[in-house]
Design a protein around this ligand. Structure first.
Ligand SMILES: *[C@@H]1O[C@H](CO)[C@@H](O)[C@H](O)[C@H]1NC(C)=O
Ligand SMILES: *[C@@H]1O[C@H](CO)[C@@H](O)[C@H](O)[C@H]1NC(C)=O
Ligand SMILES: *[C@@H]1O[C@H](CO)[C@@H](O)[C@H](O)[C@H]1NC(C)=O
Ligand SMILES: *[C@@H]1O[C@H](CO)[C@@H](O)[C@H](O)[C@H]1NC(C)=O
Ligand SMILES: *[C@@H]1O[C@H](CO)[C@@H](O)[C@H](O)[C@H]1NC(C)=O
Ligand SMILES: *[C@@H]1O[C@H](CO)[C@@H](O)[C@H](O)[C@H]1NC(C)=O
Ligand SMILES: *[C@@H]1O[C@H](CO)[C@@H](O)[C@H](O)[C@H]1NC(C)=O
Ligand SMILES: *[C@@H]1O[C@H](CO)[C@@H](O)[C@H](O)[C@H]1NC(C)=O
Ligand SMILES: *[C@@H]1O[C@H](CO)[C@@H](O)[C@H](O)[C@H]1NC(C)=O
Ligand SMILES: *[C@@H]1O[C@H](CO)[C@@H](O)[C@H](O)[C@H]1NC(C)=O
Length: 338
């Protein structure tokens, strides 16, 4: 702590001192400047602060003052605060102990020592630090693609925490700026997922909380494959769609809706649907349609159950059956540039 000249600021403690020691107001207060360490004491909220002060002889008049009040005058406690007491490990020590320090304790503390000839004051500035804490974060939300979304994250702490946002998945992206508010305009399906708000100051480890954004969008069929099937055997037609919320599936053979009956079984789970033909017969060959729908839209694709020997265009979607012969001619033509 620094023993420093009691300047004109802190007029009130000085006035209080004059009253306490009955100093003649005109007389300048002489001070000694001991430069020992910093004149700031930093304490975490809830901890105990000990502000040290030592006197030179037992006959000195001593007092502890706050910004606005006398805390101790000699051994008499003026403060009504039960957290405040003197810390005297030796006859010459006159330190002040404050338990369970809180933010309102922050401020200047003055130890005043009056000997016969002069008055010394030591001023210490108590800084109270508070770890970062997120007090409020947006609730999880579901929006339609293209919406404008604002996320909010409110944090407390001393010094004021720095707030940063991060998109955790599927992309791990940090957002620019240190903002309580995160604005996403025209949100896309790739921007769905978890967002992390981090509040950090130098006092303690950062506080972190998450919020999830679900972005709804209409289905798109991502996978469907035509297959060859042998009569008398089982066959599976598969269809996968990307959608939020998860799609409902329907299957059609030509223009007729298929129900799970007569050797056909539809199994849909999440974003996949399978049509099982238990025992393939001639009537099963042909054109099937997989329809995927959610509240935002509907889409479909056609796929085929082929007789063995029919070549399948392997790009899935609306593939046309082409014979090996036709394929060979196409290849031949390509090579010969005919
Ligand atoms: C007080 O200490 C600081 C740094 O420790 C130093 O720069 C400064 O000169 C000192 N002042 C006096 C009056 O000794
Ligand atoms: C004490 O803290 C104040 C801010 O609260 C700062 O401006 C000042 O430089 C600090 N003094 C020392 C000696 O660290
Ligand atoms: C310092 O003064 C303020 C304002 O009077 C008071 O609220 C606070 O409790 C005081 N601190 C101590 C440690 O007495
Ligand atoms: C959190 O913030 C939201 C929006 O600003 C507000 O409606 C809600 O009351 C807040 N909750 C708490 C616990 O402060
Ligand atoms: C989103 O914000 C932009 C720019 O502020 C505005 O032009 C647009 O109309 C908003 N869209 C919606 C769906 O509110
Ligand atoms: C498939 O159907 C044929 C004709 O109806 C029948 O002969 C055969 O036993 C069936 N196979 C199986 C595995 O059910
Ligand atoms: C379908 O769901 C599975 C499991 O949830 C996931 O791994 C896959 O990426 C999804 N496919 C599409 C196209 O959404
Ligand atoms: C298969 O069925 C769909 C839907 O009914 C139709 O659009 C498509 O043209 C059909 N394909 C063939 C090769 O008949
Ligand atoms: C498939 O989509 C086309 C074009 O959107 C539509 O004309 C057709 O009726 C749909 N088929 C089924 C079975 O939903
Ligand atoms: C899929 O195959 C069909 C018929 O062979 C063709 O017309 C179409 O361009 C192909 N699509 C892709 C994306 O390769």
């Amino acid at each position: 702590m620094v023993w420093r000249l009691q300047a004109d600021r802190n007029q009130l403690p000085r006035l209080l001192l004059r009253l306490l020691f009955l100093l003649p107001t005109g007389l300048p207060v002489r001070s000694v400047d001991f430069n020992r360490s910093t004149d700031n004491i930093t304490v975490r909220q809830g901890d105990t602060a000990v502000i040290r002060c030592f006197i030179e002889d037992k006959s000195s008049k001593v007092a502890w003052l706050n910004r606005s009040a006398i805390i101790f005058a000699g051994q008499d406690k003026w403060s009504l605060d039960p957290r405040v007491e003197l810390d005297k490990r030796s006859v010459l020590e006159y330190s002040l102990r404050i338990q369970k320090v809180d933010v309102y304790d922050e401020g200047p503390y003055i130890c005043s020592v009056q000997t016969q000839h002069h008055t010394k004051t030591a001023q210490v500035y108590l800084i109270v630090q508070v770890p970062p804490k997120i007090s409020n974060i947006s609730a999880d939300i579901t929006v339609n693609e293209g919406s404008n979304v604002t996320l909010v994250c409110i944090a407390n702490g001393r010094p004021d925490p720095i707030i940063t946002w991060r998109h955790l998945n599927p992309t791990a992206r940090d957002f620019e700026g240190e903002e309580e508010y995160l604005d996403i305009q025209g949100i896309t399906r790739e921007q769905s997922g978890k967002y992390e708000c981090k509040a950090a100051n130098e006092v303690a480890s950062a506080d972190v909380k998450q919020v999830r954004i679900t972005v709804n969008y209409p289905p798109i069929i991502t996978e469907s494959k035509s297959i060859e099937a042998i009569t008398g055997k089982q066959a599976y037609l598969r269809c996968e769609a990307s959608a939020e919320p998860k799609p409902d599936f329907e299957w059609y053979k030509d223009d007729t809706r298929i129900n799970s009956a007569q050797g056909l079984e539809i199994k849909s789970m999440g974003n996949r649907s399978t049509l099982m033909v238990a025992n393939v017969t001639e009537e099963h060959y042909g054109n099937y349609t997989c329809v995927a729908a959610n509240k935002l839209g509907v889409t479909n694709t056609s796929l085929y159950l082929y007789r063995p020997g029919t070549v399948i265009a392997d790009n899935g979607s609306t593939s046309l059956a082409a014979s090996i012969w036709l394929m060979a001619i196409t290849l031949f033509c390509l090579i010969c540039k005919c």
